[in-house]
Design a protein around this ligand. Structure first.
Ligand SMILES: CC(C)(COP(=O)(O)OP(=O)(O)OC[C@H]1O[C@@H](n2cnc3c(N)ncnc32)[C@H](O)[C@@H]1OP(=O)(O)O)[C@@H](O)C(=O)NCCC(=O)NCCS
Length: 151
């Protein structure tokens, strides 16, 4: 990967096998099926999904729902072996800029024990907005986090 700038582009249906492999490894208990991704790309008019390629290989992705002035990150993950290289942050910066073209607020849920993700969101200016009890299942709470765009 050395010497090549990563590229962020729109996710395509042909990417889904690679995306789903990262998804399954990243969220073993709650991963989306291929069908869910397919529906997001082909049916959901509010959905916007991106992949990050490094050295021509998909190593991460993120997605959001964008409804006029409100936007919400639905998923973000980086392949385990590619973590810690700034790719998650690049995707989040991209998502903020994309959403900021029409939305005022970008929000998300994150498991209360997901320190890596919370650090990333804090670094990108997200605030804590409250807790959703049992969001990921019994006893598995989520923080709601949000950032004001175009500040
Ligand atoms: C969360 C995730 C997307 C971060 O991606 P990444 O590419 O590894 O993160 P980056 O290299 O861009 O790191 C950016 C910042 O995130 C935080 N961070 C990333 N990994 C971290 C870790 N292991 N421990 C603590 N903080 C971490 C740091 O603040 C870091 O900034 P720094 O390098 O200046 O310290 C990645 O760990 C992942 O895919 N996790 C599994 C899926 C997941 O939990 N998604 C979020 C669901 S809400």
């Amino acid at each position: 990967m050395v010497g090549k700038e990563p590229v962020i582009r729109k996710m395509e249906i042909g990417d889904l096998e690679n995306v789903h492999a990262i998804e399954s490894a990243s969220f073993p208990n709650t991963s989306w099926t291929l069908e869910v991704f397919l529906r997001e790309l082909s049916v959901n008019e509010f959905a916007h999904y991106f992949v990050l390629e490094a050295a021509g290989r998909i190593v991460g992705y993120c997605g959001m729902w964008l409804v006029v002035d409100q936007s919400q990150i639905t998923t973000i993950a980086i392949a385990r072996e590619a973590r810690g290289n700034g790719y998650g942050e690049r995707l989040l910066v991209h998502a903020k800029a994309y959403a900021g073209q029409s939305a005022d607020i970008l929000s998300l849920e994150v498991s209360v024990d997901n320190t890596a993700a919370m650090n990333l969101y804090e670094k990108e200016g997200f605030n804590y907005g409250g807790v959703r009890k049992n969001y990921y299942g019994p006893g598995k709470d989520a923080h709601v986090m949000w950032v004001k765009l175009n500040d």
